[in-house]
Write a protein that binds this ligand. Structure first.
Ligand code: ADP
Ligand code: MG
Length: 287
């Protein structure tokens, strides 16, 4: 039986905008995320993804509704500062722009910053820093200056910094959006390994369909509402619905849908190029 890790119940969030108006950024969201799951949250700009991430990390508090993490109500008004610190230790966050999250002038000091704040002992910090830098493939850059690194390298240092706090869950808020294709690939691989090898629950916010395709589950937001929740294959079946909210399915999936519409029998899931090749190969061999 899968164990529920995060439970979101009828969550709404209203911003008070500068012009005196209010803006409902999230509307009555309910969903659960299991321990060890890799969930992608997909949505067009302004659909409420970052607002949701900030709520899950208690940077914002809900206007309505509740959030439970590990069975604990983290939206309880009586949460102490210690409780909030414990939550941030459990649920880490990596943002879009690596330049905004690197704080020190040397890579290894930057990675040590989180555990130092949590009061971890110096020898343990040393061990953690060495381990996580190795994990993200940045050991040789330990003494380098972060601002001289490439975007992908900076983002991997940021991931190492969050990992060093040993969270159970990491939220990535469009953490590959500012990277070139190579940097994106490196960071995606690091995220997948965290989930697969370390069992860390991953919530990956993205507007890249090919990234969402690699998750166990995809949740789609549109204008603050949860409109789809399922496996990548189930969600990509809803091509029209996705298009209406400004999202296009991966081209390989679209190709398979078009061929099926022409009456060609292609059985099985297709969310990646590899799936697409396998489906077509199988179909050709049957003929
Ligand atoms: P996303 O991350 O999906 O692009 P956001 O969660 O950032 O979406 O924003 C959701 C909606 O809330 C948008 O319409 C945005 O304009 C609005 N919004 C975000 N931050 C603020 C803010 N600080 N004040 C007022 N409105 C905001
Ligand atoms: Mg955002």
């Amino acid at each position: 039986m899968a164990e529920t890790f995060i439970k979101v119940e009828n969550l709404s969030y209203l911003y008070d905008a500068d012009d005196g108006n209010t803006r409902k950024a999230l509307k009555d969201l309910s969903f659960e995320i299991n321990k060890g799951e890799f969930v992608a949250i997909l949505g067009h700009n302004g659909s409420g993804k970052s607002t949701l991430a900030k709520l899950l990390n208690i940077i914002l508090t809900p206007t309505e509704g509740k959030i439970f993490v590990g069975g604990k109500d983290v939206t309880d008004q009586n949460m102490s500062d210690e409780d909030i610190l414990a939550l941030r230790k459990t649920v880490g966050m990596v943002f879009q722009n690596p330049d905004n999250q690197l704080v020190a002038t040397i890579v290894e000091d930057d990675v040590a910053f989180g555990p130092e704040n949590l009061g971890v002992s110096s020898p343990d910090i040393r061990k953690r820093v060495d381990e996580v830098l190795g994990y993200v493939g940045m050991t040789e850059y330990a003494k380098h200056e972060p601002h001289r690194l490439s975007g992908g390298q900076k983002q991997r240092v940021a991931i190492a910094g969050v990992m060093a706090m040993m969270p159970e869950c990491i939220i990535f808020d469009e953490s590959t959006a500012m990277l070139d294709p190579l940097g994106r690939k490196d960071v995606m691989e690091a995220i997948e390994r965290l989930n697969r090898d370390k069992g860390i629950t991953v919530i990956m916010i993205t507007h890249y369909m090919d990234e969402a395709a690699r998750a166990d589950r995809v949740i789609v937001l549109d204008d603050g509402r949860l409109i789809l929740d399922g496996t990548p294959s189930e969600v990509f079946e809803e091509e029209e619905r996705l298009r209406e909210c400004g999202l296009a399915i991966p081209q390989c999936t679209e190709l398979i849908h078009k061929l099926r519409a022409e009456g060609i029998s292609l059985e099985g899931e297709c969310v990646s190029l590899e799936d697409c090749v396998a489906l077509i190969e199988r179909s050709l061999k049957k003929q």
